[in-house]
Design a protein around this ligand. Structure first.
Ligand code: UDP
Length: 498
């Protein structure tokens, strides 16, 4: 293929419409733009209503193209105009997944138009789809385009999630396991507790609407040409990455992470500016602040919120806490401190300068990169995990759903960079126990176990730094993996061309 033919080629990226998915896809688009030196066109596809927001997330000099396709959400019981999961109540997620399947004809038309090469359109040689858009493999096949799935999640967490959904190992003879069980095709994950599967699955035999649609979405993975993970080979080689290599083949799985976006715009209204946050952190000693956030779309129950506030006061630690209305209220609605926090809590912690309560959205990446931050109390969404461990910040885990349970397990049992403090959106943990776990991770004069967690967090930070290093002739594992993947995609395309 000639140089000019290459230049006219396109890589199409197709993220699921949820912040936790769009953020790593934007980062991947940016990485591809960098590594291919703007050689290829990079096109990000989303729904028409999602385009303006996506545009705001691109740097001004970006060459990344955006393509909008209509979202036929009518008839799926979704609120009008809802084209992403940001404000979607949890019980409507399966409706949203179903509706997302109806994007297929418009996605197919988009690829068909691009393949026509008319009006300056650039023919795609590779489609990189979300883990929930594996169905796009049929379109890829039809037009002879290489197809990859990019998981914004990590290998271990997604492997456990995949195995649980496919095997339903917690069910035996129609009954749910009383406590622990193992994964038949993933023994490396060791034992899983029944509380480490999403609540909807615990009460289902797998025939409920949500399980059926999720299994259908996962079923396409076995047909794709490549699986990309936003993780690092050295961290997950012998667990999650090995699982998928065993399932789908040794040469189709690449760890290319962590990919990081250069632009960080608040997805929701910012509760504090980055400058104000940094100023507050600057006033605190090194490694003295606990950062608490449950990602872009989760919150805790009202009694848990009270518990956490009391625990924070009892711990005496400095903290930044991103608060949202508790479960059962509009997560994007007004936060009523007088109802959901102990009386006088905010006044006390503001006056004592112990804490900063941030409403709606905090500049998380900047916070985690600040030297004053000692630990992150997190729901273990994979983006949050990567942002934390890339900075050597250990994690105090409070997972709620899906792969978050297994990310927490990975952090504690495999990587040794965290400890789980609570689980799920209804369980209550004793205040003393919670204070002890915070103390364990944060107290620099504390136990050997705490020291080991912080030492490992630092080691993992270095492993990650190395994986994305590309200088003086040295290429880290993630850089090499991206090169190999792009070669395979390109050769795959030529092979089908011939
Ligand atoms: N995030 C942020 N500020 C907030 C909450 C979240 O910047 O107040 C970002 C965070 O940095 C991460 C993403 O939103 O990149 C959340 O993704 P994650 O995978 O951790 O969780 P999800 O939202 O998908 O559950």
């Amino acid at each position: 293929m000639s140089e000019s033919e290459r230049e006219n080629r396109n890589i199409v990226l197709f993220p699921f419409m949820a912040q936790g998915h769009i953020i790593p896809f934007l980062a991947l688009a940016h990485r591809l733009e960098q590594v291919t030196n703007k050689y290829y066109t990079i096109t990000l596809v989303t729904t028409e209503l999602g385009i303006p927001k996506l545009r705001l997330s691109l740097p001004p000099n970006s060459s990344i193209q955006l393509a909008g396709i209509p979202f036929p959400g009518d008839g799926y019981g979704l609120p009008p105009g809802v084209e992403n999961t940001d404000a979607l109540p949890y019980h409507l997620f399966s409706n949203f997944f179903e509706a997302s399947l109806s994007l297929e004809p418009s996605f197919r038309k988009l690829i068909s138009d691009l393949c026509s090469g008319q009006n300056g359109r650039r023919r795609p040689f590779c489609i990189i789809a979300d883990i929930f858009f594996g169905w796009s493999v049929d379109t890829a096949r039809e037009f002879g385009v290489f197809h990859a799935i990019f998981s914004g999640g990590g290998g271990f967490g997604i492997a456990c999630f995949y195995s649980v959904m496919q095997n339903l190992p917690h069910r035996r003879n129609g009954a749910v396991a009383a406590d622990e069980f193992s994964l038949p095709d993933f023994p490396e994950a060791s034992r899983i507790h029944v509380t480490q599967i999403s609540e909807y699955l615990r009460v289902s035999d797998g025939s409920d609407k949500h399980s059926v649609i999720v299994r259908k979405l996962l079923s396409f993975w076995s047909s794709t040409d490549a699986m990309l993970f936003n993780t690092v080979e050295e961290l997950e080689q012998s667990t999650g990455l090995m699982y998928f290599r065993r399932k789908f083949g040794g040469d189709v799985v690449w760890a290319i992470g962590p990919v990081v976006s250069p632009v960080r715009r608040p997805v929701k209204e910012a509760g504090v500016t980055s400058e104000a946050c940094t100023k507050w952190l600057d006033s605190k000693p090194e490694k003295s602040v606990l950062y608490i956030s449950f990602g872009s779309q989760h919150t805790i129950a009202a009694p848990q919120m009270m518990d956490l506030a009391m625990v924070l006061e009892a711990s005496g630690k400095n903290f930044i806490w991103v608060v949202r209305p508790p479960v059962g209220f509009d997560i994007n609605g007004e936060f009523k401190a007088e109802e959901w926090l102990p009386e006088g809590f905010e006044k006390r912690i503001t006056e004592s300068k112990k804490g900063l309560v941030v409403r709606k959205w905090a500049p998380q990446v900047d916070i985690l990169a600040h030297g004053a931050v000692s630990a992150f109390l997190s729901h273990c969404g994979w983006n949050s995990v990567l942002e934390s461990i890339s900075n050597g910040v250990p994690i105090i885990a409070w997972p709620f759903v899906a792969d978050q349970f297994y990310n927490s397990k990975l952090l504690e049992e495999v990587l040794g960079v965290g400890v789980e403090i609570a689980r799920g959106m209804s369980s209550r943990v004793g205040h003393e126990e919670m204070v002890e776990k915070i103390e364990l991770v944060m107290n620099i004069n504390g136990t050997e176990k705490g020291r080991e967690i912080r030492r490992r967090a630092w080691e993992v930070r270095d492993i990650i730094k190395n994986a994305v290093k590309d200088e003086d002739g040295f290429k880290g594992s993630s850089i090499k993996a991206m090169d190999e993947f792009l070669n395979a995609a390109f050769l795959g395309r030529e092979r089908r061309d011939s």
